[in-house]
Ligand binder design. Sequence first.
Ligand SMILES: [Zn+2]
Length: 419
Amino acid sequence: MTNLKPIVEPIVEIGRLTAELVALAQISEAEPPIVTRIVFSEADLRARAYVKNLALAAGLAIREDAVGNTFLRWAGAEPDLPAVATGSHIDAIPNAGAYDGTVGVLGGLEAIRSLQAAGFRPRRSIELVLFTSEEPTRFGIGCLGSRLMSAVMTPDHATTLRDKEGRSLDELRAEAGFIGDLSSVTMPAGYYHAFVELHIEQGPLLEREGLELGIVTHIAAPASLRILIEGEGGHAGAMLMPDRHDALAAASELILALEAAAKSTGVIDTVATVGVCEVFPGAVNSVPSRVRLETDIRDTDSARRDGVLAKLRSVAKEVAERRGVRISLETVNADPPATSDPAILNALEASIADAGKTSRKMVSRAYHDSLFVARFAPAAMLFIPCRGGVSHRPDEYASPEWITTGVEVLARTLAQLAQ
Ligand SMILES: [Zn+2]
């Protein structure tokens, strides 16, 4: 915490920002107020054009990379220094709302404009980043742009991505005007001095506790597994119990073992879910011969999360032997969690004190582009409340007051980090 006078008093124009959020929400593949903006759709491209025009009007320089990540730069007095960045995404899953991601993009732009209006002159450049395809809707994997920026995903892997119609990422990005080698998307270490993402909480805690801001100290990351259990099918009447190798009975042991393993860490941050259970042949008079499970295991600590995974694997081995079934576990993805940068957390706390706002520290249980940015730059996130904790729905809502507070604190933080 600082006792010094704040370096700037940002002038946030919430009327302008609210109008822009409304205008952006109108750019949708679905009938407003439903927001659907799948990456590289006509709506996505129109929404990108809308944001870029606003950025141009604010005097920002535009750069786009080969996958469509867009960098809108306010040049600092010393433009060769590593820049300070903020940003988020404007793509939206089907049947979504107006605030997820967009608050971090248009709010980030307003933060820059509020500093310009206050006469602030940054020493480091300040960059607003619009990440491509944070949502997994089209290609089945989230945070595509930031995964490539951080080299967590290789260009070779990206080249294999296809949408449901079988169209490749390369084909679709070229059609959208983003060409060039995907290896050029990788960001060099040291490119950013700091990155702060403003986002709605997507959970109920801030509103419930009457707090204005959440300082995100950790971003939990999911490990996702596909589990296939193969037993022996047969007639539900004729196959006697001692002879059975029931795949669903084996699966149910795994589901309960996973729940117990997550609870056994004794830490609230460990969560595990089996969200898909497909039973073959799925007939009432037939012993299940095959079951496919999909699981999502998250934690803020990768060792603890991997401990849960290890328990699940050992139970799977034991169940397979005892019940005479085959169990295979395939890891779909296992991204490491991220820890926020302490210097940025300090800057956020000082800014919140300067602005006289209330806050708490918290964990982000949803994951964000910041998870991947944290791989190549010091990063942190700032949450504002959203009504009822609701997101990914048309009735998603953040009040102008909440947004103003988020933008003001973001602006103060960017100014501190860029001075
Ligand atoms: Zn988001």
